[in-house]
Design a protein around this ligand. Structure first.
Ligand SMILES: *Cc1c(COP(=O)(O)O)cnc(C)c1O
Length: 421
């Protein structure tokens, strides 16, 4: 099946007389006729749902669809993208371990790593998204457990050389984890370039309607955990009567441990209702991504040629430093997000935003409706102009998330707002 067919056909397969559309199993618990059957579930000797924190039929079905879209062996839904990133790391790293992460990652992920996980004893080194293989090679330590990058970064729109990161990580027997939120599996499938684990905030394009918070962890099944460096997967887990994940679950060892161990303990489960909404979003993901990308390309080209605009950052522009690498990893387009710097400084940016009519000011990106955000006066408002520049956020920069409206209406809105700058 091609990927757009998978979006609508994979995951839920109703049997005779069952509902055509994925039902919501809105139940915390499940019935069994004997204590023995239930005991087998508890010992991971049989498959089945007994409590929604650990497994639920609606969640399993949607997770399987996303695993199929990414080309992985299994996936686990989470309550949010943040929970997916948290679990992707803590599934294989504990106090005393070390992680290498790109410095160009979502701000929430940066805080999680640089503050919360550091406080829990996991060390982090942040590297440039354009680091060379030689420089990256030098960052590894005997206790390095993973490398974490983002395909197209939010909000700086850096495009990362996934293949290079995977090769260097693998030379050190370390897995590569990729946050693929902005590209989605429609535009880029990191496993095809050597990545081992993928995470998403499904709150963005996958949901697509800005209705349901969620996340997902996907396992490629390709990483060999048996080098001796990942005892959490290769030695007995006493909380499951001594199960050894790599022995019992083979290629699905990592994702099985995510579901049975970390979700059991952290409890960051997605609700069945949200998984149902996410599945509706996935049905149209391929159609929407194509439209987001073509609309963003049109808007970026329009903005680049406008005399009120200082610069435009979009990987689809020939002038962009990531144009070639974006063509390699995302030949059909990267995402619908553009960042644009206005002439007239911070005030120019604010005037532009406030002049927009169709595009609304919201703290969100990557949904069907065009929206804008001014990082300097919202998410980063505590910083001075000088600190903003140091953080890579120009005071006159606006992040524009291009929706799926008719491109002529989007351009007309940008045009009339620019006239007010
Ligand atoms: C939004 C976002 C997250 C966090 O996801 P939530 O669902 O908001 O928790 C992580 N990574 C990227 C790239 C994001 O855009």
């Amino acid at each position: 099946m091609k990927i757009d067919t998978k979006c609508v056909q994979v995951g839920y397969e109703p049997k005779n007389g069952e509902p055509r559309v994925l039902p919501i199993a809105q139940s915390t618990t499940f019935v069994y006729d004997s204590a023995e059957t239930m005991g087998k579930l508890f010992d991971l000797e049989a498959e089945g749902c007994f409590y929604t924190r650990l497994a639920n039929p609606t969640l399993n079905t949607v997770a399987n669809k996303i695993a199929a879209l990414e080309g992985g062996v299994g996936a686990m839904l989470t309550a949010s993208g943040q929970a997916a990133s948290l679990i992707s790391i803590t599934n294989i790293a504990k106090a005393g371990d070390h992680i290498i992460a790109s410095a160009a990652i979502y701000g929430g992920t940066f805080n999680l790593f640089n503050k919360t996980l550091r406080d829990l004893g996991i060390a982090f080194d942040f590297v440039s998204p354009v680091i060379t293989a030689e420089e990256l090679d030098k960052m590894f330590k005997p206790n390095t457990k993973a490398v974490f990058i983002e395909t197209v970064t939010n909000p700086s729109l850096d495009v990362v050389d996934i293949e290079m990161f995977a090769k260097v990580a693998h030379a050190h027997h370390v897995p590569l984890i990729v946050d693929n939120t902005f590209a989605t599996p429609i535009n880029c499938r990191p496993f095809e370039w050597g990545a081992d684990i993928v995470v998403h905030s499904t709150s963005k394009y996958m949901d697509g309607h800005a209705v349901a918070l969620g996340g997902v962890v996907v396992d490629s099944g390709n990483f060999d955990w048996t080098s001796g460096d990942f005892p959490m997967l290769t030695t007995p887990d006493e909380t499951y009567h001594g199960v050894v994940y790599t022995d019992q679950f083979g290629k699905a060892a990592y994702i099985t441990k995510c579901c049975t161990h970390l979700m059991r303990d952290f409890g960051a489960q997605q609700s069945p209702q949200n998984a149902f909404l996410l599945n509706l979003g996935l049905d149209t993901l391929a159609l929407r991504m194509a439209r987001h990308c073509s609309n963003a390309q049109t808007a970026a080209e329009f903005l680049e040629n406008h005399d009120k605009v200082e610069s435009v950052n979009y990987p689809g522009l020939k002038s962009n430093q990531y144009y070639d690498i974006a063509k390699k990893y995302m030949p059909n387009g990267s995402c619908g997000v553009i960042s644009v710097c206005l002439k007239g400084g911070k005030e120019g940016a604010v005037r532009f935003m406030e002049g927009l009519k169709l595009a609304k000011i919201v703290i969100h990106v990557a949904d069907a409706r065009t929206c804008v955000l001014h990082p300097a006066s919202t998410t980063h408002r505590q910083l001075t102009d000088q600190q903003l520049i140091e953080a890579g956020i120009a005071p006159n920069m606006v992040r524009l998330s291009v929706g799926i409206e008719d491109p002529e209406d989007i351009i007309a809105d940008l045009k009339q707002a620019l006239e007010q700058v």
